[in-house]
Design a protein around this ligand. Sequence first.
Ligand SMILES: *Cc1c(COP(=O)(O)O)cnc(C)c1O
Length: 376
Amino acid sequence: MHNLQMVDLKRQYQKIKTEIDAAILNVVESAAFIGGPDVQEFAKELAAYNGVKHVIPCANGTDALQISLMALGLKPGDEVITPSFTYIATVEVVALLGLTPVFADVDADTFTLNIDSVKKAITPKTKAIIPVHLYGQSVNMEPLLALANEHNIPVVEDNAQAIGSIYTFANGTKAKTGSMGIIGCTSFFPSKNLGGYGDGGAMFTNDDALAEKLKMIANHGQKVRYYHEMVGCNSRLDTIQAAVLRIKLRHLDEYCYARRQAADYYDKAFKNHPNIVTPYRAPYTYHVFHQYTLQINGFDRDVLNKKLAEKNIPSMIYYPVPSHKQNMLKDFVKDSNFQLPVTDMIQDKVISLPMHTELTEEELAYITTNVLEILG
Ligand SMILES: *Cc1c(COP(=O)(O)O)cnc(C)c1O
């Protein structure tokens, strides 16, 4: 078995090499490294893909979240509800802006926000909710949006892991993840489902005024050059990244499909195994499997992780320490008895297997056979 990767970007590149090389060369030859035509074209194409009016590109997914919260005009002390079970960036930006993160629990089957837990976390100070479409599956947005609307709280979606995913409302209406909140954020980190060849990110919105504000904040608070209306930051998507992303966007649906095929293979191999819970696919969402994450019961997850490594099979723990237990955020957890029962439980059970667009049946067979052998 050749060198297995969590994400195999080398083989993916080989299949689109001709297009990618030409696009990068075109940027280099034009020397339009910053704000070149590919940036605007990519923003337009992504807006069409995601069913939103505006896409504002920026430097990375963390910036997208930060700029979004800045644009909402939140003040120090305002509370922002986030899941604790997420990549740290979701919560870090809240703290960075002097806002107060309030942690909600997730559901054990979907790994995404539990609506009752959000309801309990709402106070008069709650000024935003950030649902995270973790591992590639949409949060159950309909009840969340209803709850947020009832309290007049804006929803900012963290769609860094789920671009391409679709949510279906009870009446059958469909919406892409990232298009349902007042703002949606995404990341083009290379290993994401739509990954560039470096850092990148974007914000989605249907609100014209907000789009203008997001654009200004990402550009030093200016609309007219050298006339700065508000404090902003410097957050741009490089032209080379935009050129790469334009090509990869054309393949995104087939990439999501390839991930789902790999997930189907895993599901079938692990079905009904007493130690394994395979990822639940909620009926309201089209899962795009940014990660394929198992829950391991009655067997030490860390032993599985180590024994797989001995067979040269990479596996990862996303995430070993939930946000509410991170030293970085300890000031925000005042009650030493604070618990998030589901988050606290799954942190020791989850393990993610290799998941990408290039997995072959031979590789999947090798991985699944070894997982089953180790578990016995
Ligand atoms: C990757 C990721 C981010 C941050 O994206 P960067 O581009 O690395 O800054 C934010 N939230 C989640 C859930 C992510 O997975």
